[in-house]
Every structure is written in structure tokens, then in C-alpha cells.
Design a protein around this ligand. Sequence first.
Ligand code: SME
Length: 144
Amino acid sequence: MTKEEKYEALLPQLQSLVSGESDTIANMANIAAALHETFGFWWTGFYRVEGNELVLGPFQGPIACTRIPFGRGVCGTAWQRGETIIVPNVHEFPGHIACSSASNSEIVVPIRQNGQIIAVLDIDSREFATFDETDRCYLEKIQI
Ligand code: SME
């Protein structure tokens, strides 16, 4: 199965999984698990907007840092810019926060509800340059 085929199969499942549930944290938990299982990423999870920082939410993978200030790291920068950031080599991203030394590439996608960013979806890979426009295209469709 290609990456596109995996996303095409997974996204409708995610949509039906969350459409009957109003609890944001429960939905984040299932989305993180589904993405992680399907693609075998190194770390897959959410940071939730709480005031002027991001706080660790549901995730799959090794333990991670709990709070990220606005504009800091890849996550805080994606939140500040209001756009997805794809990082082919995290060691070259200024201010990257290394929760795990095994991570080499990353994608961070802002998650909106009613136009407001309420969280970011953060995915880490042990390989370099794992994420591309295909990942951006599909991950940006995820609704919580
Ligand atoms: N690398 C992220 C921090 C979160 S961990 O990767 C799970 C960043 O620079 O914002």
C-alpha cells in the first residue's frame, strides 16, 4: 500500500470514529493511536493550547516534554505561524526541542475548531525526510 492509499483508507475511519464523540481528548487519543499504528511512526500525538503555551495531550510513543511556549520549537512555531511545518532534518531547525534523540524528522499540523487553533498534531520519525506534501495534505484534513 502506498502512503496515499493508507491515508485514503484511514481518514474516513477517523472521521466516523470522532463524529459520534464530542470529547476532544478522547478523539485525540484515538486519532493518535490510529495514525501511529497505521504508519509506525516514532511519536504521534497532540499538544493542546492552554493560555500562552502548549500542553502535552494524548500521544503514542516515548515520554515527551509537557509544556512548549508560544513560538518555541517546531510545535510552538507552527502554532505561531498558523500553518503546517515539515522538517526534513530536525537537527537543522533553529530552536527544535529534542524530546527524543532518536527523532530525525517531524511534521506539525495546527488543529482548528471554529477557526481557532486548539492544538497541534505532532509526528516524529526516526528517519530523515519522512514527511512531504502528501502527509500535509491528508493530515490537514483531520477534524477533532
Ligand atoms: N520536537 C518538538 C517537541 C515535541 S516532541 O517532538 C514530541 C518541537 O520542537 O516542538
